[in-house]
Design a protein around this ligand. Structure first.
Ligand code: GTP
Length: 597
């Protein structure tokens, strides 16, 4: 395809503003997929993505469109994740395209992730076409939202397209705008091959699939190519495009987006952002690379049944094949036995991986408290990175502890502002800015990441009845008075429940945790003390009294099936518990105990 007839674009939006629905409609109205094969959310391929309605990996589709000018165009859409944990993936896929559709829900207006994502598009020098979606709804207020886009984002919204991705209004106008308002890609057919490695993932039939954007030159099936970062050479055995199903073709030219396979074994052998060129007569000028995404949240994953450790290893290794931002290493815990310490981009990423292990590999897991990375400055001048509170060195050798901080941007309707400020204040936040965007406040806070990783987002949603939106970026480390708090159940420390807390909050947190644990741990035949301690000092204590009756007693003896069912249920419940000394602690205790109210 000649360059003038190609348009490459992405869609940026806040979660739920209709990005996937719009993508579906563009695919459907251009007959890219026959109506009978059309299912909702074409681009969200993983089950979990579909269920949770979130897009995680970048997905691509090539759309053929005959425009009003009579010419045939190829439109390549790269769909990017909308969630804050995956901001990094958004920013890198943006570098592969020239323009963006900025989708804003016309009943809601600009949200925190609209801002974060549109800034990625602006950084990538995109031409941006604003799209006001959901105009079929009575609450749509296009004029107000257009004005807000101009005020808050600072881009011209006078020609924003009014769309209902649901009913199909404005879809034709959107396709025309892509052709007339977004620039064609640049590139040279005769120059040496320069292809950007945009993404890669593992496919059980084809091995590693590499998503590429051709900047210059041509890529053909059978070519020998070199990855410029590590110099490895590969024989290209397939190239093709996504319609959105993978379709093989013979050649990809400048400006085009497609895939290649080359018998590559592991996703780790492909560096996102790398430049791919020909082995012979290749370019010697690599594209500017991207920084790899760093995990920021760590937690331990342990099998409930110790016999499943090898299965867990297997599942983690398989998942890591496909996700270079997910890190893991083996860990042993006195309480939980063998498991893995894993690193994630954020909490959603953690949940997604945990769900996939439980669901796709059928392994029951105990997840320990998520932790961030602390810099422990030792008295001898060395710095240790602490990923796991259980490994906290002896305090006599510690000079000071630094913790990671984030800059959080929150957009919230005025009436909930007070609650949001209180929440941020309670989480040791420092207010950086407070401005208004129409009737909504935009607050910027400097917050410790460890106060956010756990349940900040849930709390924010609940105090604002779901009206707040949130986005964050890491800003660096700062010293604070942090201590390690241990939990003892029946006088045995449960290392998996150790957490780092601020000294001033230790008592409140400790009390809350032991109270929660008292409710979460079932009664046993004996009394169980539950304590929180810092160093050797107990700061909170509860006692779980001994059990009196047999659970089956209430079944009046008669109904044998009911009794059996109850015992079975009890057994299933047991399966999700682990023994600590003489005490069974249910799996959910490890997460629930840490939630703050
Ligand atoms: P993520 O994939 O989570 O980022 O969300 P998204 O931005 O892709 O939103 P999605 O397309 O899943 O739409 C969110 C919800 O809005 C869905 O329930 C859609 O059916 C609905 N929706 C999308 N477009 C329209 C529209 O034009 N009108 C109406 N009434 N509802 C819409």
């Amino acid at each position: 395809t000649p360059l003038e007839n190609i348009r490459n674009f992405s869609i940026v939006a806040h979660i739920d503003h209709g990005k996937s629905t719009l993508a579906d409609r563009l695919i459907q109205s251009t007959k890219t997929v026959a109506d009978r094969d059309m299912k909702e959310q074409m681009l969200d391929s993983m089950d979990i993505e579909r269920e949770r309605g979130i897009t995680i990996k970048a997905q691509t589709v090539r759309i053929n469109y005959t425009a009003d000018d009579g010419q045939d165009y190829v439109l390549n859409l790269i769909d990017t994740p909308g969630h804050v944990d995956f901001a990094y993936e958004v920013s890198r896929s943006m570098r592969a395209v020239e323009g963006s559709l900025l989708v804003v829900d016309s009943t809601q207006g600009v949200e925190a992730q609209t801002l974060a994502n549109v800034y990625h598009a602006i950084d990538a020098d995109h031409e941006i076409v604003p799209v006001l979606n959901k105009i079929d709804l009575p609450a749509a207020d296009c004029d107000r939202v257009a004005e807000q886009i101009e005020d808050v984002i600072g881009i011209d919204a006078s020609e924003a397209i009014r769309v209902s991705a649901k009913t199909g209004i404005g879809i034709k106008e959107t396709l025309e705008a892509i052709v007339t308002r977004l620039p064609a890609p640049k590139g040279s057919l005769d120059a040496p091959l320069k292809a950007m490695l945009v993404d890669s993932w593992y496919d059980s039939y084809l091995g590693v699939i590499v998503l590429v954007r051709i900047m210059d030159g041509q890529l053909k099936k059978g070519d020998r190519v070199r990855m410029m970062q590590n110099g490895s050479v590969h024989h290209v055995d397939r190239i093709g495009v996504f319609r959105p199903a993978m379709t093989e073709i013979d050649v990809l030219g400048p400006g085009e987006i497609g895939f290649l396979t080359a018998s590559i074994k592991q996703v780790r052998d492909t560096r996102v952002g790398d430049t791919i060129t020909h082995e012979k007569k290749g370019t010697d000028k690599a594209l500017p690379g991207f920084k790899p995404a760093q995990p920021v949240v760590f937690c331990g994953l342990f099998p409930v049944d110790a016999a499943e450790f090898e299965d867990l290893r297997d599942s983690i290794e398989k998942l890591a094949l496909n996700d270079a931002s997910f890190s893991f290493e083996m860990e042993t815990s006195a309480a939980l036995g063998f498991g893995f310490r894993c690193g994630f981009l954020g909490l959603l990423h953690l949940e997604v991986i945990r769900d996939r292990i439980e669901r796709e590999y059928d392994i029951d897991l105990i997840t320990t408290a998520p932790s961030v990375i602390y810099d422990i400055h030792m008295k001898d001048g060395t710095v240790e990175q602490l990923h796991n509170p259980a490994d906290m060195p002896d305090l006599t050798y510690v000079d000071h502890i630094e913790e990671p901080r984030i800059k959080a941007t929150i957009l919230v309707p005025d009436e909930y502002l007070g609650d949001v400020l209180k929440l941020c204040q309670d989480r040791r936040g420092m207010q950086l800015d407070l401005t208004y965007a129409g009737s909504r406040a935009m607050v910027v806070y400097d917050l410790p990441l460890n106060e956010v990783v756990f349940d900040f987002y849930d709390r924010l949603k609940s105090v604002t009845k779901g009206y707040a939106s949130f986005d964050y970026a890491m800003i660096g480390y700062r010293t604070d008075a942090l201590v390690k708090m241990s939990i003892l159940v029946n006088d045995e420390p449960v290392d998996a429940l150790s957490t780092m807390v601020h000294r001033d909050r230790a008592e409140t947190r400790g009390r809350a945790m032991v109270e929660k644990l008292k409710d979460l741990i079932p009664r046993h035949m004996f009394k169980i003390p539950i304590q929180a301690a810092i160093g050797g000092k107990v700061i909170a204590r509860e006692t779980l009294s001994a059990m009196r009756k047999d659970v089956t007693a209430k079944c009046y003896g008669g109904d044998a099936t009911r009794k059996k069912k109850l015992l079975e249920k009890q057994k299933a419940g047991k399966k999700k518990m682990r023994q600590f000394g003489k005490v069974d602690i249910p799996q959910e205790a490890f997460i629930s105990a840490l939630k703050m109210d």
